[in-house]
Design a protein around this ligand. Structure first.
Ligand code: F6R
Length: 365
C-alpha cells in the first residue's frame, strides 16, 4: 500500500527513522546485555568465537562491510567478509570458533542461503540477520537477529539497509561485551547514542527537496564516481549501487585512497564525483582526495557535516548531514545518496520501484 506516496521507494526511504528505531528498541536488557531474537546456541559458545565471517550480496554486503569496521574496532575479533556467491565456491577457512553471519533482507537469497549451509557443514556457529520472520535463513541459522524495518516493496533496498547496519552495530556491541572489550557503561552510552540516530536521519529527510535540486543540476551528467574512506567506503559503494540500479547511469564506488591507483585516469570535466566527507576517522585524507579530484576539473558533490560547507567552492554542491559517532555515520550518510539516486531516476523517467532486469528476491544463481 503506497498510501499517498508516488512510489514505494520514496515511502520506504522516509520510513527509515521508524525502521531503525524499531530495530534498536528493547534490545538492551537491564543487565546491560543485548537481546538477540531466536537462538539455539548457548551463550558460552559466543564467548569462544575468535573470528567473524560475514556473507551477503549487494546492499546487504555493504551493510556487512560497515559491520567489519565496527566489530574489529570494538571487539578486536578479526572479521572476514565475502560475497555469498564467492564464499560458497571457494575453500573458506571457518571452524567451530567462527561465527558466520548471513545478512539478508529477504532471508531467501539463494547464494547467501547456500553459504549459510556451507558454514553449518563446516561446523561454524551461525547467525542470520534478516527482515523476514521465518524466512529460510532464519530457520537454518543457530541464532537470528531480525531487523524490524517492516515489509520492503521497492526493489532497491533502503530502509532494510539502514536497519541491517543498526542490527549489526548491536551485534558488535554484544560481542564487545562478551569479549570484555568494552565496559558495560561504555556499551550503555554507545547504545544510548545509537538510539539518537533515527532523529538525525529525520533531519536528512527534511532536506528531500534540497537534494532534489542537486540532482536536477546533474541531470545531464552521465558518469558518476562515489568516493569515501573508512566507513565512508561502503557508503560510497552503496550510493553507486543505488544510482546504477534505478537510473541505469554508470556509477562506481571507490575507496578514495585508491583513486591514484587507476580510477583517477577517468576523471575529466564531464565526470561527477560524490564524496562522503563527514567527520569520520579519515576526514583530512578525504579532503585532500577531493582536492585531487578538483584538479581534474570534475564536478564534486560533497556529503559533509554542518560547518564544513566552506569546502564546497562556488558552483559545487554541498549536502549537509548531522554529525554522529564516526561508526554510526553510515546510517546517516547513506540517506542523501538514496534520495539523490531516487531523484536522478525520476528525472530520467524511470520506474524506481521496478528497475529493469532486477528481482526483489534472487532465488536463482
Ligand atoms: C539492491 C538490492 C540487492 C540486494 C541483494 C541481496 O538495492 O536490493 O543488492 O541487497 O540482492 O538481497 P537480500 O538482502 O534479500 O539477501
Amino acid at each position: 500500500e503506497k498510501s499517498g506516496f508516488d512510489d514505494f521507494m520514496s515511502k520506504e526511504i522516509l520510513e527509515q527513522p521508524g525502521a531503525l528505531r524499531d530495530t534498536l528498541a528493547g534490545r538492551l536488557a537491564s543487565s546491560g546485555e543485548l537481546i538477540l531474537d531466536e537462538t539455539t546456541s548457548d551463550p558460552d559458545s559466543l564467548a569462544r568465537i575468535n573470528k567473524v565471517f560475514i556473507v551477503a550480496c549487494g546492499t546487504s554486503y555493504h551493510a556487512g562491510m560497515v559491520a567489519k569496521y565496527a566489530i574489529e574496532h570494538w571487539t578486536k575479533v578479526p572479521v572476514e567478509l565475502d560475497i555469498s556467491s564467492e564464499f560458497r565456491y571457494r575453500d573458506p577457512v571457518v571452524d567451530e570458533r567462527t561465527l558466520v553471519v548471513a545478512v539478508s533482507q529477504s532471508g531467501e537469497t539463494l547464494d547467501t542461503l547456500a553459504a549459510l549451509h556451507e558454514a553449518k557443514n563446516l561446523g561454524a556457529q551461525t547467525l542470520a540477520v534478516c527482515n523476514v520472520v521465518g524466512s529460510s535463513m532464519a530457520r537454518l541459522a543457530d541464532t537470528v537477529m531480525y531487523t524490524r524495518a517492516g515489509p520492503e516493496v521497492g526493489v532497491a533496498a533502503t530502509k532494510t539497509h539502514t536497519a541491517q547496519i543498526g542490527a549489526l552495530l548491536l551485534l558488535a556491541l554484544n560481542l564487545a561485551r562478551t569479549k570484555g572489550q568494552l565496559y558495560p557503561s561504555e556499551i550503555d552510552a554507545l547504545y544510548e547514542e545509537l538510539t539518537l540516530v533515527p532523529a538525525k536521519i529525520q533531519e536528512v529527510l527534511n532536506s528531500w527537496d534540497a537534494i532534489g535540486e542537486v540532482a536536477k543540476r546533474f541531470s545531464g551528467s552521465s558518469r558518476f564516481y562515489f568516493i569515501g574512506r573508512h566507513v565512508g567506503y561502503p557508503v560510497a559503494l552503496e550510493g553507486a549501487l543505488k544510482l546504477k540500479e534505478i537510473s541505469y547511469l554508470p556509477a562506481e564506488g571507490y575507496p578514495a585512497g585508491e583513486l591514484k591507483h587507476g580510477p583517477i585516469a577517468m576523471l575529466d570535466e564531464m565526470a561527477v564525483v560524490v564524496a562522503i566527507a563527514t567527520r569520520t576517522r579519515l576526514y583530512e585524507k578525504i579532503v585532500s582526495n577531493i582536492e585531487e579530484v578538483r584538479a581534474r576539473n570534475s564536478s564534486v558533490i560533497i556529503i559533509g557535516n554542518p560547518g564544513d560547507e566552506g569546502q564546497a567552492n562556488l558552483g559545487e554542491s554541498f549536502i549537509s548531514v548531522p554529525r554522529v559517532h564516526p561508526l554510526f555515520a553510515p546510517l546517516v550518510d547513506v540517506v542523501p545518496l538514496q534520495i539523490f539516486a531516487y531523484h536522478m531516476a525520476r528525472n530520467l523517467g524511470m520506474d524506481v520501484d521496478r528497475p529493469r532486469n532486477l528481482a526483489k528476491t534472487v532465488t536463482v544463481e
